[in-house]
Design a protein around this ligand. Structure first.
Ligand SMILES: Cc1cc2nc3c(=O)[nH]c(=O)nc-3n(C[C@H](O)[C@H](O)[C@H](O)COP(=O)(O)OP(=O)(O)OC[C@H]3O[C@@H](n4cnc5c(N)ncnc54)[C@H](O)[C@@H]3O)c2cc1C
Length: 385
């Protein structure tokens, strides 16, 4: 049974994280350059012990961390999440040597990680990935091809790269490699995106990798990728909830003080009802995220359905709430540098990455019909017995 409320220690931790993000991380984020990796911000996340929590926390704590940081500083939230996404495959499937080399650096915020799965012709259909890992004849491989839309590229210090070791084998022919950024033949270029963080393309021109670079087992890399995404999916929802709450707080503040028609905006029933709707939807999304994360932590059997529902509802809700907050603010929200202008750019991408909304719906429907069929079989067997 999922938890419906947080314990007091978690509530206190979230408040402390929100304050930390506003006081210590926001100023560093503001000094960063849009579209570039902000190394001082990542170092601060390390110094504050927050990156370490990526590898010592369960899914619920990861969600609380992401939601709380997102509320006050989306740049810090994203920097933290990307360290987790890029390094989780090393933590979960790396050899002792790989873990010792990279994880202390990631946790300290000295090494920047990236997760390189998507390609120009393989996004939602990730199992179609084509980055070629051809045997080099002496026990290793040469990587040739392209990765695209990779957060932190081309500035990361290492990439967890998913490449095709067995042609035509779909998800079963993919191997995960840990590729340091200075490998010969690896180059990258930045992409100019609506999202404020660094995203780029990577070109592999016969990049050499050996057995020591494999994460997990050859041809088993898709499991490594999905294991990482299963953990991170509800926490994308938490990122969205943090943004929705920030937009809601801004809308409350603005409508309570903005003079209009002899009173304030909040006196207008249509405005007050809009704020009530935003708050109700945000709370519903938050509860679904916490329930999915708790299910993950308790090893519940229905994690894929719950995670998909949480990611779907939270990211769609955040889009709705941020858009409504913009509307309630009027023109000022669209001025460059306004919190809502920033959130409007941030809120769009999570509906696409780590499984687009439509892909989440497909997962939910598949799980529902699978359970329905299993229940029907059980009833049928009961009737025959
Ligand atoms: C800001 C940002 C950061 C990213 N960071 C990373 C990263 O760090 N690492 C990484 O590997 N990738 C990253 N990506 C890439 C991301 O994972 C892909 O964009 C995503 O998987 C979707 O792939 P696509 O863009 O090729 O869209 P497509 O797969 O071409 O899909 C386009 C649209 O088609 C529809 N669609 C697709 N499949 C289905 C389906 N089965 N059923 C119904 N409709 C469907 C959806 O509306 C979808 O949005 C990032 C993307 C963005 C925008």
């Amino acid at each position: 049974m999922p938890e419906f409320s947080l314990d007091p220690a978690h509530v206190e931790w979230c408040a402390a994280l929100r304050a930390l993000a506003a006081d210590r991380l926001r100023p560093l984020a503001e000094k960063g350059e849009p579209g570039r990796v902000n190394r001082p911000l990542i170092a601060a996340l390390g110094e504050l012990g927050l990156l370490e929590r990526l590898f010592s926390s369960g899914a619920l704590e990861l969600c609380l961390l992401r939601e709380s940081l997102a509320h006050s500083c989306t740049e810090a939230e994203t920097a933290l999440a990307l360290q987790g996404l890029g390094a989780h495959p090393v933590a979960s499937a790396g050899t002792p040597a790989q873990r010792e080399r990279w994880l202390p650096e990631v946790v300290a915020g000295r090494a920047v990680a990236a997760f390189a799965l998507s390609e120009p012709d393989a996004g939602s259909d990730a199992a179609a990935l084509a980055l070629d890992a051809a045997p080099d004849g002496v026990g290793g491989w040469r990587l040739t091809g392209e990765k695209r839309w990779i957060s932190n590229a081309p500035e990361a210090d290492f990439y967890t790269v998913f490449a095709r070791t067995t042609p035509g084998a779909g998800a079963r022919g993919v191997t995960a490699f840990l590729v340091p950024a200075d490998r010969p033949g690896l180059t990258g270029s930045p992409l100019d995106m609506l999202s404020p963080h660094a995203i780029g393309a990577l070109a592999f021109d016969g990049v050499p990798v050996g057995p020591d670079d494999v994460l997990g087992e050859p041809d088993q890399g898709f499991r490594v990728a999905m294991g990482t995404l299963n953990l991170f999916r509800p926490s994308v929802g938490a990122f969205a909830v943090g943004m929705a709450q920030a937009a809601l707080d801004a809308a409350l503040d603005h409508t309570a003080g903005r003079s209009a028609f002899g009173g304030v905006l909040a006196d207008l029933q249509s405005v007050a009802h809009q704020v009530a709707e935003m708050a109700t939807r945000t709370e519903a999304a938050r509860l679904l995220v916490y329930a999915a994360a708790s299910a993950y932590d308790s090893g519940a059997p229905d994690v894929p359905r719950r995670s998909a529902m949480a990611k779907l509802l939270a990211t769609e809700t955040a889009q709705y709430v941020v858009d409504a907050a913009v509307q309630l603010h009027g023109a000022r929200a669209l001025q460059r540098g306004h919190l809502l202008e920033h959130l409007y750019r941030e809120v769009r991408a999570p509906r696409i990455y780590e499984g687009a909304t439509e892909v989440q719906r497909s997962i939910i429907a598949k799980e529902l019909y699978r359970r329905h069929a299993a229940a029907a079989r059980t009833i049928g067997e009961g009737a025959r017995a």
